[in-house]
Design a protein around this ligand. Structure first.
Ligand code: TRP
Length: 343
């Protein structure tokens, strides 16, 4: 049995260049790096999608569309150790959540900072689903016995509550679950660049994000290469008048340098050495615009070449295989808590 690396890929919004650089390409790199030695579970947490305002009429298609983007970013769907599935196609996720809810304290959930932030922002729209989001996430992880869960800073608390719930149940009922490693070990193991944030081109103090409705600052992977290049050319910079890699004081320019590093694959030091001290922001923008245009042209070609039916076959095969694994864990839990006869 190989150790499992598990990751959930949210797919509400149209993917951006930020998603590509921060999630899609790192996922493909991770797969390449660990291929053969680990099992990789990569799933679409479609039930989690309801916790932010979404368009229900496009949810189904956007799950598949976003998976195609991952494939275009280099994810290999023929790797026999990678399983790709949609959460809601495996009912055990929901069933385990209902059970775990009863072993989770209201108080510990009320401390989740993401819930506090999101509920403050959404005020009238705070559902029980949003509150319960971390328990569903715990079920996602515990069902498969995943040891490594590469997540961003914002999900650290959720990973910790997963460990707490799992350990608590193991303590009460014996060895029910494999517990994921502590966050610190995870980060070391995967050597994640957790600080990576691509910022909005129009407001570089904010993350590049479709959900903040910022068409000028956001490059969508579906933008035409020319339109995307234009967005780069009109990016917000500063009045310092000299290029420096400095998130604090020159976030706009620094964001452009960061994009250049990631798209060209050249080392940060080399790019910084080349641009630091230059006084023409226009030149920097031109270099970035060219890199973005070339990238999108190539990416969209790859996207157009994907055979959707092969992806759908892969999904249904993997959903069957993973349902079997998940059901085994669920049955073990059901027996432990008294819902099924003991063996
Ligand atoms: N909450 C994660 C996010 O917003 C997505 C997610 C859901 C997830 N379930 C998961 C990630 C389980 C890792 C493991 O990005």
């Amino acid at each position: 049995m190989k150790d499992i690396i598990l990751t959930g890929i949210r797919s509400n919004d149209e993917p951006t260049l930020g998603n590509y650089l921060g999630a899609m390409r790192p996922m493909a790199d991770l797969q390449r790096k660990f291929a053969g030695r680990y099992q990789i579970n990569m799933f679409v947490p479609d039930l989690h999608s309801f916790t932010t305002p979404i368009d229900h009429s496009t949810l189904y298609d956007s799950s598949i569309r976003n998976l195609k983007y991952f494939v275009a970013a280099g994810l290999d769907i023929d790797d026999p150790n990678t399983f790709i599935y949609r959460q809601s196609f495996i009912p055990a996720h929901s069933e385990l959540t209902v059970i775990l809810n009863n072993f989770t304290g209201f108080g510990e959930m009320a401390r989740m900072t993401q819930f506090k932030d999101k509920s403050a922002a959404q005020n009238d729209n705070v559902s029980v689903g949003l509150f319960d989001y971390p328990v569903l996430m715990a079920a996602d992880i515990l069902l498969y016995g995943a040891k490594y869960v590469p997540v961003g800073e914002d999900q650290t608390q959720h990973l910790e509550i997963t460990r707490d719930i799992g350990l608590r149940m193991n303590h009460k009922f014996g060895e029910l679950f494999v517990i994921p490693e502590e966050t610190k070990k995870q980060v070391e193991f995967m050597n994640l660049n957790r600080g990576l944030r691509i910022r909005s081109l129009s407001d570089p103090t904010r993350k590049m994000s479709k959900s903040i409705q910022d068409p000028r600052g956001t490059i969508l992977l579906s933008d035409s290469p020319d339109a995307a290049a234009k967005k780069v050319m009109s990016a917000t910079t500063d009045s310092v008048g000299q290029v420096n890699f400095d998130w604090e004081n020159q976030p706009g320019v620094t964001n452009l340098l960061q994009i250049l590093v990631l798209l060209t694959g050249r080392p940060q030091d080399e790019i910084n050495a080349e641009w630091t001290g230059q006084t023409s922001y226009g030149e920097l923008k031109k270099a970035v615009a060219t890199a973005v245009r070339d990238f999108l042209t190539d990416f969209q070609t790859k996207l157009g070449e994907i055979d959707e039916s092969r992806l759908l076959d892969k999904l249904s095969r993997d959903e069957m295989a993973m349902a079997e694994v998940a059901n085994e864990t669920l049955l073990r839990v059901q027996r432990a808590v008294g819902l099924r006869q003991k063996k």
